[in-house]
Write a protein that binds this ligand. Structure first.
Ligand code: PLP
Length: 394
């Protein structure tokens, strides 16, 4: 048998995709599954964006673009960051990638490698650890608790810094907790970052999905932070465009240039048609996005209320993204419908096998004791899922 590389041996498949695969199998076998695994809006891409893609194809925009993406799209992002955060970027400080995940990977590849340390606050999006591992750098996980609102504090950040620390990964609003850092909380962290001259890779992919009038702050807009920050976002969540694969990053010119070099050797360029579609998404009115956000907020209220009514479950109310993150550890040591529950993976196995509810164990996010439920599902399914979980727990 062919021997795999060291890198291939180290990288695990995405835990959320793996959990979703099992639910898919059951659905293919004709079983009704309440599938709350995957992190993608269940809404279709707005028709005017789809139309823009059709138009782009007919207009012959079916060739390679610049490796770093269409100048018009990069220019539009400069405009958007100026308008929303008063941040001045030029197009050579912007890169378009095949999804935000691709931008995250390229930023890490441009900034860290063997011998470097990257700080990741937990709970963290499951892909961060593997993305860092792929660069050869070491991961330093910094635990945050539900009592701290799942937020990294300046004191905890300070105590995790060593001479090898190069970069801090931030994600607000967060997957899996739905936590949104306030400006003041980010300011406190940024003071430590500036003092130690760390790089910050700020994943703001859920920036447009905030609830209760909470506003997300772009960390690059804080004093002295623009030159230390690579901001990542994209079209996947804001415009329900997960399959189109368009993400972007903004940062210091030399870092974006390095990311462009890497990207030019990796994929040539991002998908040309999707770039034209994303450009229309960014320049047209935001009604579809605002409607989607309003519906997510209603579902957030519904699911949090439902989960809180279940025995032995503690829910942390999310202010952003579309995940409910809840503690199930009161059930550890019990046997639920014949399955002994020792950890969050057991809980999720019991939920899927016994009541056909598919959710993701907290261990995939560095937070044992918790479970993540994506509420990017119909209200009907969310209500049904809660009742199924009630059956499991009663
Ligand atoms: N960052 C976070 C925190 C996510 O949750 C996801 C997708 O689930 C991504 C990035 C990936 O986004 P994209 O589809 O643009 O690659």
């Amino acid at each position: 048998m062919l021997r795999l590389s060291r890198l291939a041996d180290q990288v695990k498949p995405s835990a959320t995709l793996a959990a979703g695969a099992k639910a898919k199998e059951m659905k293919a076998a004709g079983i009704k599954v309440y599938d709350f695994t995957l992190g993608e809006p269940d809404f279709p891409t707005p028709p005017h964006i789809v139309e823009a893609a059709v138009k782009a194809m007919h207009a012959g925009h079916t060739k390679y673009t610049a490796a770093e993406g269409l100048p018009a799209l990069r220019q539009e992002l400069c405009k958007s960051y100026k308008q929303r955060f008063d941040l001045t970027y030029t197009p050579d400080q912007v890169i378009i990638s095949n999804g935000a995940k691709h931008s995250l990977h390229n930023a890490l590849a441009a900034l860290v490698g063997l011998g470097d340390e990257v700080i990741i606050p937990t709970p963290y999006w499951t892909s961060y650890a593997d993305l860092v591992t792929m660069t050869g750098a070491s991961i330093v996980l910094v635990n945050t608790t539900i009592e701290e609102g799942f937020k990294l504090t300046a004191a905890k950040l300070k105590s995790a810094i060593t001479p090898k620390t190069r970069l801090l990964m931030m994600n607000s609003p967060s997957n899996p907790t739905g936590v949104t850092y306030s400006r003041d909380e980010l300011l406190a962290l940024s003071q430590v970052v500036v003092e130690h001259q760390l790089a910050v890779l700020s994943d703001e992919i859920y920036e447009n999905l905030s609830y209760d009038n909470v506003k997300s702050t772009c960390i690059a807009s804080l004093p002295s932070m623009q030159e230390l920050t690579i901001v990542v976002s994209g079209a996947s969540k804001s415009f329900a465009m997960t399959g189109w694969r368009i993400g972007w990053a903004l940062g210091p010119k030399h870092v974006i240039k390095a990311m462009g070099n890497i990207q030019s050797q990796q994929t040539g360029c991002p998908n040309s048609i999707s770039q034209y579609a994303a450009l229309v998404g960014l320049t047209s009115d935001m009604k579809a996005m605002n409607d989607m956000r309003a519906e997510f907020q209603a579902r957030r209220d519904l699911i949090c209320k439902g989960l809180a009514s279940l025995p032995g479950i503690t829910v942390h109310q999310p202010t952003g993204a579309f995940y409910a993150f809840f503690n199930v550890s009161k059930h550890f040591g019990k046997t639920l419908h014949g399955i002994k529950i020792n950890d969050s993976a057991d809980f999720c196995r019991a939920a899927l096998e016994k009541v056909q509810v598919s959710v993701v164990p907290g261990s995939a996010f560095g937070a044992e004791g918790y479970v993540r439920l994506s509420f990017a599902s119909s209200r009907e399914d969310l209500q049904g899922g809660v009742e199924q979980l009630r059956k499991l727990l009663s």
